[in-house]
Design a protein around this ligand. Structure first.
Ligand code: MG
Length: 203
């Protein structure tokens, strides 16, 4: 399985990191070793002094496909949750300033935390999903899927031109504004609506 991630998919977040709002999705991939298993701690990596959370909606692919059109894309995922795209921000800024790929800053072991999945039901309005992240009991990030520049269906059309999607692949759909640092002993909880789906502690 692979973990496909979208960068800069919320205009306010693109601005807070001084990036242009993109006209095409910004894509990067994390390997399966990046997956942080449920209830496992993330050990603060030694190569960064600025580990940050990015809370994102995550979709699970349920059907293999390539060249999937937007109007058929909804057949290719069946579950959604909240996840954290952990980022070594200092390292990412260094790589970005040199025009180098971000993988070292974004795809390290444990960098993809994924909550418990909820089934995507026909009556769910995917364009109005509220999600949030608490750090040590305080809400630090809130988002709504309505603010995504590219919808999950548009992302699937775009990504599947380049990569075959396989059952079990995950798509991180980008983070809203409000990213910030974590410290050792922090406890992070991710919510969709008022349902707690994710817990990560930093060690
Ligand atoms: Mg992200």
């Amino acid at each position: 399985m692979k973990i496909i991630c979208i960068g800069r998919n919320y205009a306010e977040h693109a601005k807070e990191l001084n990036n242009d709002v993109p006209t095409e999705p910004v894509i990067f991939i994390k390997p399966r070793t990046a997956l942080l298993f449920p209830e496992k701690p993330l050990y603060y990596p030694e190569f960064t002094d600025d580990l940050q959370y990015e809370c994102e909606l995550v979709y699970k692919i349920c059907k293999n496909g390539k060249y999937i059109k937007e109007k058929f894309a909804h057949k290719y995922y069946n579950a959604v949750t909240v996840g954290i795209d952990f980022t070594a921000r200092d390292l990412q800024q260094k790589l970005k300033s040199k025009g180098l790929p971000w993988e070292l800053a974004k795809a390290f072991d444990g960098s993809a935390a994924v909550g418990e999945f909820m089934p995507v039901s026909a009556d769910m309005d995917l364009d109005n999903i509220n999600f949030s992240l608490n750090r040590n009991g305080e809400t630090v990030q809130r988002g709504n899927s309505h603010d995504m520049i590219f919808t999950i269906d548009q992302i699937i059309e775009y990504v599947s031109m380049y990569f075959t999607l396989n059952i079990g692949d995950l798509i991180f759909t980008g983070t809203p504004a409000g990213v910030g640092p974590v410290n050792v002993y922090d406890e992070l909880e991710g919510y969709i609506g008022d349902q707690k789906l994710l817990f990560v502690d930093i060690q």
